[in-house]
Write a protein that binds this ligand. Structure first.
Ligand code: AP5
Length: 214
């Protein structure tokens, strides 16, 4: 049976977004990135965006109550399935997701953990370029766009995220270890965790993911 409801878990820069965009498109399921949703809210200047902006730029997590509502609104009652990219990030978020799925008679199919050493994460983030319009991710060194500074998919001008500044990145890694890494044991105990060595070439990781989702 192919996987339909999946979480991508892992530290900043591990490649969650890179793989979620392409996989979701190829599988015809939704890609729900809480980071992308928040960046869109900040750009649009909504009340949520104004509240989230300071947390994000400092590399802190946005409060659970805000993010849970934001994600659940986007999930709607779409039955195609989804990849959750960047959610849950705390135990209360994981509990809220579990309660929502149980109330709908649904089950999580798997949690894919992207494992990459810290040194490599920092190298990747310091050379990342992001598309503020469609969410596509590039890298100056390993995955450059065809035309410099322009998104291959939608033609928008690529940007460097504010939270990719070195001070924010080291704080994001600490926050991941303190608040998000406990979810590894949480989902392992539920028999849902699938580990992927994400410190390899993008194509090799994608082959593993294709096997996992098949
Ligand atoms: P979010 O946008 O979710 O950021 P993140 O989890 O820190 O993850 P990243 O986007 O940094 O990394 P990624 O794993 O997607 O890597 P990518 O594919 O880009 O969240 C941002 C902020 O929003 C948070 O800090 C927080 O404030 C807030 N937030 C979001 N969700 C929240 C929640 N649930 N609760 C509370 N707050 C929340 O790849 C990185 C780079 O590496 C790219 O340049 C890519 O081209 C390159 N690359 C990828 N794979 C490879 C490879 N195999 N080899 C070489 N290069 C590679």
């Amino acid at each position: 049976m192919s996987l339909k409801r999946v979480i991508f878990l892992g530290p900043p820069g591990a490649g969650k977004g890179t793989h979620a965009v392409g996989l979701a498109k190829d599988l015809g399921i939704a890609h729900l990135s809480t980071g992308d949703m928040l960046r869109a809210a900040v750009k649009a200047g909504t009340p949520l965006g104004q509240e989230a902006k300071g947390y994000m730029e400092a590399g802190k997590l946005v409060p659970d109550a805000l993010i849970i509502d934001l994600l659940f609104e986007s999930m709607g009652d779409d039955d195609r399935g989804w990849i959750l990219d960047g959610f849950p990030r705390t135990v209360p978020q994981a509990e809220a997701l579990g309660e929502r799925l149980a109330s709908e008679g649904q089950e999580l199919d798997g949690v894919i953990l992207f494992e990459v050493p810290d040194k490599v994460l920092i190298e990747r983030i310091s050379s990342r370029l992001s598309c503020p319009s469609c969410g596509a991710v590039y890298n100056r060194l390993t995955q450059p766009p065809e035309k410099e500074g322009i998104c291959d998919r939608c033609g928008a001008q690529l940007v460097t995220r504010k939270d990719d500044a070195p001070e924010a990145v080291s704080h994001r890694l600490e926050v991941y270890k303190e608040q998000t890494a406990p979810l590894i044991a949480w989902y392992a105990d539920q028999g849902k965790l699938i580990r992927v060595d994400a410190n390899r070439e993008i194509g090799a990781i994608r082959q593993d993911l294709d096997r996992i989702f098949a």
